[in-house]
Design a protein around this ligand. Structure first.
Ligand code: KG4
Ligand code: ZN
Length: 405
């Protein structure tokens, strides 16, 4: 390992002494002896280290809360695209190994870029699921080691909560709000009432849209990850040339399906190949444009319904936020922004680097949960599945990017 965990020579009396010292360092007002370190009223600043390793990005970040506002001091993301390129998808064992190799380097870089040492950190937050179990384990083990060696509080964060709380990190959005979480492994509408209070209004019953984008890219020989490449190709295409289906629009509610879209694309591609012996650039562009238009139309119509349900319950909090890698798609973003405009909702989409997987969102979620009094210990487990809304019925399907929650 490259990370030096040992406390400085002045550290003295073991983990508990270090824990108290770190707490005191974070307190502009020194608590009287006997006061709990987690007395919420006394918190002025909190600085958290976040770790993320649930899929194919190894990430570490330092986020600070100052007077109620978040500051991202650093956010390091080490992608693994090249390692998986030859396999056409994320290989869990390769991912886990790469995370184990890169995590401590990412942590060191994040601390350096933030200009803080471990002694400036008040807590460690780590993605504890859902995701590819080997990668999640790598992160959880790394976080436990840091927390134990430095006597720091440890918080296990749900990866989806990290995405879902991102508009609070970027814009200080207040609860409640409606969230569309749309990524490579997930697609769901959530009413977000608190950092630990989510209800699911609907979601995909099979593939996630990001997965469908990735498969589309694969079928058209565009490379991975597919989302950005399909989006670029679609810009030059005619979305009306191929009539792709709009799955589940004929059914009430906010549930979605994207696997049929992939099959339709495969048929259209094979039809062209059979008729003309291959695909031209314009063919590819038209297929991408048609596919993207279908995804955007489904997301927009299902969002319209989710907004209706949400506003009926929360008429005084008209805000709709998106998060997850697919939220980076400009055509989809524009369709949703337009929808919110017409429905009178504030629309929030995080910047690109905070749409895709990162550790700043994990550090931030850790800060939020810490403020609610959440603490984990060395028994914190890595979870392949971890639904945000424990009361909603389990969702179907299991994508290549890990089990859906
Ligand atoms: O949130 P994320 O980084 O990881 C998951 O938790 O899944 O999302 C990655 C997914 C990939 O499937 C990628 O193809 C998709 O987000 N994506 C996009 C775009 N950028 C990334 N999909 C459509 N358009 C984009 N511009
Ligand atoms: Zn994600």
């Amino acid at each position: 390992g490259h990370l030096r965990l040992a406390a400085g020579s002045e550290a003295g009396s073991g983990a508990w002494g270090q824990y108290r010292r770190d707490c005191l360092n974070a307190w502009p007002v020194l608590p009287a002896i006997g006061h709990a370190c987690n007395d919420r009223a006394m918190i002025k600043t909190l600085t958290f280290l976040g770790l993320e390793s649930s899929c194919d990005d190894t990430a570490a970040a330092v986020v600070r809360l100052v007077d109620g506002r978040a500051q991202i001091l650093s956010s390091v993301v080490e992608g693994q695209t090249v390692l998986h390129a030859a396999f056409g998808g994320v290989v869990p064992e390769i991912a886990a190994r790469a995370h184990a190799e890169k995590l401590d380097l990412c942590v060191e870089l994040a601390l350096d870029q933030a200009g803080v040492g471990l002694s400036g950190i008040d807590g460690v937050a780590v993605t504890a699921g859902p995701g590819l179990i080997g990668g999640v384990l790598s992160g959880v083990m790394c976080a436990k080691a840091i927390a134990a060696a430095r006597g720091l509080p440890l918080i296990g964060v749900n990866h989806l909560a990290g995405h879902a709380l991102t508009p609070r990190l970027t814009d200080g959005l207040t609860f409640p709000y409606l969230m569309l979480l749309v990524s490579g492994g997930h697609c769901q509408f959530l009413t977000v009432r608190g950092a630990d209070d989510f209800s699911r209004l609907g979601g995909t019953i099979d593939d996630a849209p990001g997965e469908a984008f990735d498969k589309t890219a694969k079928l058209l020989g565009l490379g991975q990850p597919g989302g950005p490449l399909v989006e670029v190709a679609a810009r030059k295409g005619d979305p009306r040339r191929f009539a792709f289906p709009r799955p589940l629009l004929d059914r009430p509610g906010c549930d979605m399906s994207f696997s049929g879209l992939k099959t339709a694309l495969l048929r259209a591609r094979d039809g062209l190949v059979a008729a003309q012996g291959g695909l031209t650039e314009p063919d590819r562009a038209d297929l991408c444009a048609g596919f993207q238009a279908a995804v955007a139309a489904v997301l927009a119509e299902k969002s319209r319904r989710a907004i209706e349900v949400y506003l009926a319950e929360n008429p005084d909090a008209p805000a709709f936020a998106v998060a997850g890698g697919v939220a980076a798609n400009q055509a989809i973003g524009a369709a949703l922004a337009d929808l919110c405009d017409r429905a009178g909702l504030r629309f929030l989409a995080p910047p690109l680097s905070l749409c895709t997987d990162n550790a700043a969102m994990i550090a931030w979620a850790g800060i939020e949960l810490f403020q609610l009094g959440r603490r984990d210990d060395m028994t914190l487990a890595a979870r392949p599945r971890w639904p945000l809304d424990q009361t909603a019925p389990a969702m179907l399907g299991s994508g290549k990017k890990g089990a859906k929650a």
